[in-house]
Design a protein around this ligand. Structure first.
Ligand code: NAP
Length: 221
């Protein structure tokens, strides 16, 4: 696939930095976004050390989003609306990948969706219809992402209303050594986001850090 210019908002965190690491390793141009420029720079330097090359940069979220072709957001749900607001005008017309799960800090084991239906539906409403919002990676533990180069034993369900944008995200998942499936319109992300609480229950019960899901019954290409 062609080299893409990415921003990962919340890219200093566990999930965002793991995705950024894998996409930078696959040859994409990646910028980590943060609320603080220094923090973004430090996180980028750490990834560059791991990669053994100088290919990741750090910027504040808004600048990172403005210069990117594809914007990915992985922030805690408490920061979802404010981060979306801060980049709304600079992501118009772009593919916007929402990884956020609306976990309830009072009980992360129980599904609790926001009034909009899900975090990614909220993103679509807040950003407007010209932004191609794609919901993906919510069921992939950051534990897997940091083991660079290793195939991840979990599937990615990709939801959104634009087929080209979903196909791009499926290719990006493949570039990061994951299998991904088109799981239908953005409304279906409610189920995918909810599955994360199911996986958290399984992690706790079985004393593991990174359970995941697999789709069966379809020939793998
Ligand atoms: N961790 C996982 O295994 C995993 C798996 C699947 C999905 N997810 C989802 O991915 C999202 C990120 O998870 P994470 O574990 O990476 O979270 P995290 O490490 O706690 O936070 C990610 C980044 O979000 C920013 N942030 C934190 N609080 C904020 C606030 N109040 N306002 C604005 N920005 C704030 C911080 O960046 P700055 O301080 O640099 O701005 C932080 O580094 C969540 O929605 C989570 O449910 C996580």
């Amino acid at each position: 696939m062609t080299r893409l210019r990415f921003a990962v908002l919340g890219g200093t965190g566990k999930e965002g930095s793991g995705l950024a690491l894998r996409w930078a390793a696959a040859g994409h141009e990646v910028t980590l976004g943060s609320r603080e420029l220094d923090k973004a720079g430090r996180a980028a330097a750490e990834l560059n050390t791991t990669l053994g090359q100088n290919s990741v940069r750090g910027m504040v979220n808004r600048d990172a989003a403005a210069q990117a072709e594809v914007v990915v957001m992985a922030v805690p749900y408490a920061a979802h609306a404010s981060t979306l607001e801060s980049v709304r005008d600079v992501v118009q017309g772009k593919v916007f990948v929402d990884v956020t799960v609306p976990l309830d800090p009072a009980n992360v084991r129980r599904v609790k969706m926001p009034a909009a239906g899900s975090a990614s539906l909220e993103a679509q409403q807040l950003l407007g219809e010209t932004v191609r919002v794609v919901a993906a990676f919510q069921n992939i533990s950051a534990e897997h992402l940091k083991s660079l180069g290793r195939e991840i034993d979990c599937d990615v369900l990709v939801c959104g209303n634009n087929s080209d944008a979903k196909n791009l995200v499926i290719e990006l998942a493949q570039a990061a050594h994951m299998r991904a499936w088109d799981a239908g319109p953005i409304e279906n992300a409610q189920v995918v986001e909810g599955l994360t609480s199911v996986l958290i229950n399984l992690n706790i019960k079985h004393k593991v850090k990174a359970s995941g899901i697999r789709i069966t019954g379809i020939q793998r290409s």
